[in-house]
Write a protein of this length. Structure first.
Length: 341
């Protein structure tokens, strides 16, 4: 079988390359059979052009000898390219299947779909975000049940694509997510990419809403066996879910990325601004130290130094001053004091 044709080789190229692997430094006449010398030479030259073979200088008799390139080096990139293409096709097929199911459900007038299994839920969630036109809103509580789509996977799969298309992304996350340095760094990357992240103590349910026309949420948030999700189309229930999101987004603390001293034009060091920003969203001193890679006592010492510098007697006063001084961008006007302890 001409298996190498699956990598883009012509059948003649496949046959000649296979024989050339076993016969280094061969001249075209050694491969004649179904093909004449002229045709074999054309195939060998094609293999040379594609980097699958090399041609030595003509010898005294004017004969050019050919040698096969290493299959791993020559065919490896072709194999990887074809594998990547197949993965993209697989993703497209899954997306088309979800779009077909969604269209069928919409045509039938059913207000709610039921999805069973992590693969179906994951595919629908990705498909919804890829088809978003203006806005994606999510509630992301911490759960003991494994997620069908992690922060990291979602970030790698669709976040950059949505940013390129100008889709606004707003999320509300539980403060506990920021206790994990890896997740905290990922959230900071999302904010730097232009997303809006609000931090709160507790959220009632995991939720994703796209363009205010469709939402996805778990049927039973605590279900540890085969997960089941609901896809809600435009109904009074969807309106209620949008209101639920907006209420939690407005009540939360905005996660912000602080700039450098030159960008802000003030005397506070960038690391101190980070400490105040993380304190503002409610992280403890210990959690701040873990995220910034410094000692617990160092964080406390820098906070006390900031309080002395601005004349704040309490952390509440430091938070008030930080908001007024512009250390905390995008802080709502009715913000309260930072948490932590």
């Amino acid at each position: 079988m001409s298996l190498l044709t699956m990598l883009g080789l012509a059948p003649d190229e496949d046959a000649v390359y296979r024989r050339l692997v076993d016969r280094p430094d061969s001249e075209p006449e050694m491969f004649t059979g179904p093909l004449d010398v002229r045709a074999v030479t054309r195939v060998l030259d094609s293999l040379v052009d594609r980097g699958l073979a090399s041609a030595a200088r003509p010898d005294d008799g004017g004969v050019v000898r050919y040698r096969a390139a290493s299959p791993l080096l020559a065919l490896g990139p072709l194999l990887e390219s074809r594998r990547s293409a197949l993965l993209r096709v697989e993703s497209l097929v899954g997306d088309l299947a979800e779009r077909h199911r969604s269209a069928q459900t919409h045509a039938s007038g059913a207000p709610v779909e039921v999805l069973s299994g992590p693969a179906a839920i994951r595919q629908r969630l990705l498909s919804m975000q890829r088809r978003a036109r203006s806005e994606v809103c999510t509630l992301v509580p911490t759960r003991r049940v494994p997620a069908v789509l992690s922060f990291e996977d979602n970030h790698h799969e669709v976040d950059a694509e949505m940013a390129r298309r100008g889709v606004s992304v707003r999320s509300v996350v539980e403060r506990e997510w920021l206790e994990n340095p890896h997740t905290a760094a990922l959230l900071s990357s999302c904010v730097a990419q232009g997303q809006h992240v609000s931090v709160t103590d507790k959220l009632p349910i995991k939720l994703a809403i796209v363009d205010r026309r469709v939402a996805l949420l778990p049927l039973d948030p605590e279900r540890e066996s085969e997960p089941v999700a609901l896809v809600v189309h435009r109904t009074g229930l969807l309106t209620a879910l949008v209101s639920l999101f907006e209420e939690h987004f407005e009540k939360g603390w905005r996660l912000s990325i602080t700039g450098s001293e030159e960008e802000r034009g003030d005397r506070i060091a960038a690391v101190d601004r980070q400490i105040v920003a993380l304190l503002h969203v409610g992280l403890t001193d210990a959690a701040i130290a873990r995220q910034l890679g410094m000692g617990h006592r160092t964080v406390q010492r820098r906070l006390h130094a900031l309080m002395d510098e601005v004349g704040a007697a309490t952390r509440f006063q430091l938070g008030w001053y930080a908001a007024r001084a512009g250390w905390l961008p995008d802080v709502p006007g009715n913000s309260g004091a930072p948490g932590g302890g």
